[in-house]
Ligand binder design. Structure first.
Ligand SMILES: Nc1ncnc2c1ncn2[C@@H]1O[C@H](COP(=O)(O)OP(=O)(O)O)[C@@H](O)[C@H]1O
Ligand SMILES: [Mg+2]
Length: 350
């Protein structure tokens, strides 16, 4: 049975902000010069009171978390789905964590045994930036795939340092696609055609949607079987959600009967505010088991990582942000594996 918010405890391990908001976040290079206390020297751990992962993390624990996140031995695996899962990450509100979630979930899944493709469907190209893939003007991109029908093989790029992760970048050309696609045959199904035409082996396709409900997002909803909705634990978090859900229902009724909201991810949770807790309770009350237990904390480290063309997984693998996305990815993988066993009709590994 799902634990209630109070059972998990508001200082629960999923929701604490980054270690020492005033310390670690403010001083990124800190771990190297960190001075251990006498107690830490003796025990290797700072004594823990209520929450073993709450503030003031000892380096050892942070290092342990980093190893779990980076998985250098390859021993930690997240279950692979029996068939390719295509997930649109959508919310027409901007700045709710769509791109951050796509980038970090993709890297987490890829570092733990899954073959992943990110499709950047936002003309701003933030997911491309976050994964460090080339997306300057003239780079073959999702635009050529959608508008000209160029196959995925020719537009996907490998993400450096993460062997089983690829990204189809978005360039500024995509800004015109919404208008150009209007006169194209089967304009809502272009992305689906592009993805279905790719026979390479993939466990996950994560689509980073733009902050609108226009034709690009509709393409994502037609191509996907699942929608992941990131919800920011802030004022007006739920505003506009009804409209998103109605659009999903419309696409489901007319264009893609398989479509469903499979996952809700709470982002930018600040445990110091009552509001974050209220938003969490409201969302859990409304969407119950669709909401992942893992909640992404508000974290400066998470917002810094894209500036280095990195995910939080590689930028600061021992951080709360990295851990929260690792745990969210694990939940997504576990749920998918369960669902797939029940609903499995196709044993294909791609
Ligand atoms: N958990 C977080 N804590 C702090 N900043 C975050 C967090 N998630 C995202 N951000 C930052 O907030 C901004 C919006 O996030 P982003 O993922 O780009 O949202 P969207 O794709 O929905 O517009 C970005 O600058 C990003 O770095
Ligand atoms: Mg974005």
């Amino acid at each position: 049975m799902r634990k209630s918010t109070s059972q998990r405890g508001r200082s629960g391990r999923h929701t604490a902000p980054e270690s020492t908001a005033a310390g670690k976040d403010a001083a990124p290079a800190e771990p190297k010069g960190y001075q251990r206390t006498a107690v830490e020297e003796q025990t290797g751990e700072i004594p823990q009171q209520n929450d073993p992962l709450d503030d003031d993390l000892p380096l050892a624990r942070e290092a342990q978390r980093a190893v779990r996140v980076l998985n250098p031995s390859g021993n930690i695996t997240m279950p692979r789905p029996p068939k390719r899962r295509v997930i649109a990450v959508a919310n027409q509100k901007g700045g709710v964590g769509k791109t951050t979630s796509v980038v970090n979930l993709a890297v987490a899944l890829a570092l733990h045994g899954n073959r992943v493709m990110v499709i950047d469907l936002d003309p701003q190209g933030n997911a491309s930036t976050g994964l460090g893939v080339e997306h300057g003007a003239g780079t073959p991109s999702v635009y050529e795939g959608l508008v000209d029908g160029i196959p995925v093989e020719q537009i996907a790029q490998r993400v450096e340092g993460i062997p089983s992760l690829q990204c189809i970048p978005a360039t500024i050309d995509l800004a015109g696609a919404e208008v150009e696609l209007v006169n194209v045959v089967a304009r809502e199904g272009r992305l689906q055609k592009m993805i279905d035409g790719f026979s390479g082996e993939l466990d996950y396709v994560l689509i980073d949607c733009p902050p609108s409900l226009g034709l690009l997002t509709v393409n994502a909803l037609v191509a996907a079987a699942e929608v992941l909705v990131p919800i920011q634990c802030e004022y007006y978090a739920l505003e506009g959600l009804g409209q998103l859900l109605r659009n999903i229902e419309l696409v489901k009724a007319h264009l893609n009967s398989r479509l469903r909201v499979s996952t809700i991810l709470l982002t930018m949770y600040d445990k110091r505010t009552k509001l974050a807790d209220q938003v969490e309770q409201e969302v859990r009350g409304h969407f119950s088991e669709l909401v992942l237990d893992s909640v992404v904390p508000r974290s400066v480290r998470l917002s810094e990582a894209p500036g280095y063309g990195q995910s939080i997984m590689t930028y600061d693998p021992g951080s709360r942000g990295a851990t929260s996305y690792f745990e969210a990815a694990e939940e997504i993988a576990r749920r998918g594996a369960k669902l797939s066993r029940r609903q499995q009709t196709n044993k294909g590994g791609n």
